[in-house]
Design a binder for this molecule. Structure first.
Ligand SMILES: [Fe+2]
Ligand SMILES: [Fe+2]
Length: 345
């Protein structure tokens, strides 16, 4: 039962419900949503305990409970603190006439437990378990319904991210399959780039594009002939010119895909140098995106420590010494420092 048209809802309750729904909508992931939902359900229902169970692949698991024991617990005597917490808010004073809006009169027996399925988009995503709710009415159902919609949205977003990552990884493996020397190179640099990004305090919202760009930084090499890409000796100037096109070829391919447009720009900049002597645009310093500066460093480190057709692998110490030597010219010194702190001196 949801709020009926014409139901008198006092301003205090309406305001609090709006704030709760907004907080649920802003949860960054399903875990955070579940934690907020059990707290909100406990508050609006005046419950002793609430739990959110998620259903995935036919299995149920406890995502969050309030109070915040991590395990499902049998009903136990309410702690004073919990009792006080659920009593807070405008709920009791704004209850209105008995029966209006589905509110039980205070004298009515408190149900031992209410199970509310979390349904959205025709699917049951889980359930909200509410133990001894003093107000098992429409406000609780509203919180559950809004939680279900938010959960469906977060699950859809997660599924999309998973699909994009699978697609990007598949493309990355395809690119590397041309060259036995670069097998798993992109995967290594994606892992390292992530660690360096964390060390630099990069905004987590930028991690997805960093990983996509690291995995696909050399996608544009599909436009470089084998005779150049796999040449054991030094490249001629004309061959270098062809080679230098690969960042822009990669950008053009990736920018056609909405979710990869941000990564496309990073890919185009992965051969720019901190001193402005890189390609394709000769960008310098902070005009180069931080993600591209990170990829430049970890790409060079991984390339130097791997055997290539034209040279054997350098030792880790040699590669790190070379990065230190080029800090401030080819590479952003802050990024080199961060890599050193990740892989050791
Ligand atoms: Fe490259
Ligand atoms: Fe590379």
């Amino acid at each position: 039962m949801l709020l009926q048209v014409g139901t008198p809802v006092a301003a205090g309750v309406a305001k609090r419900l709006a704030a709760i729904c907004e907080a649920l909508s802003e949860a960054a992931d399903a875990e955070e949503l579940a934690r907020r939902a059990v707290r909100a359900a406990a508050e609006v229902a005046g419950a002793r305990r609430t739990e959110l169970w998620r259903r995935e692949a036919g299995q149920e698991r406890l995502e969050a409970g309030w109070p915040d024991e991590t395990e499902a617990t049998p009903v136990s005597p309410t702690s004073g603190a919990a009792e006080q917490a659920v009593a807070d808010g405008p709920w009791d004073e704004d209850r209105g006439p008995a029966g209006s809006g589905g509110m039980p009169p205070s004298a009515q027996a408190v149900p031992e437990r209410v199970d509310i399925p979390l349904r959205a988009c025709g699917e049951t995503l889980g359930r909200l378990v509410v133990i001894e709710p003093r107000r098992p009415g429409p406000w609780l159902e509203l919180v559950a319904a809004h939680t279900a919609v938010c959960l469906a949205h977060l699950e859809a977003r997660q599924s999309l991210r998973r699909t994009v990552l699978q697609m990007v990884t598949a493309f990355s493996e395809l690119v590397e399959s041309r060259d036995q020397y670069t097998e798993a190179h992109s995967l290594h640099i994606a892992e390292l780039a992530l660690q360096v990004g964390l060390r630099l305090g990069l905004d987590p919202a930028r991690f997805d594009s960093l990983i996509y760009a690291a995995l696909l930084h050399d996608l544009g090499k599909v436009g470089v002939p084998d005779a150049i890409l796999l040449k054991p000796g030094a490249l001629s100037e004309a061959e270098w010119e062809t080679m230098r096109r690969h960042p822009s070829i990669g950008r053009r391919a990736l920018e056609r895909i909405d979710l990869l447009r941000d990564a496309a720009e990073i890919v185009e900049q992965h051969h720019e140098r901190f001193d402005g002597n890189g390609y394709p645009h000769g960008l310098a310093g902070e005009a180069i995106r931080i993600e591209a500066r990170i990829i430049a460093v970890v790409d060079a480190f991984d390339a130097m420590t791997t055997t290539r057709p034209y040279r054997p692998a350098l030792s880790r110490a040699q590669a790190l010494a070379e990065l230190r030597r080029c800090a401030g010219s080819q590479f952003d010194p802050r990024v080199v420092e961060a890599l050193l702190s990740v892989v050791g001196p």
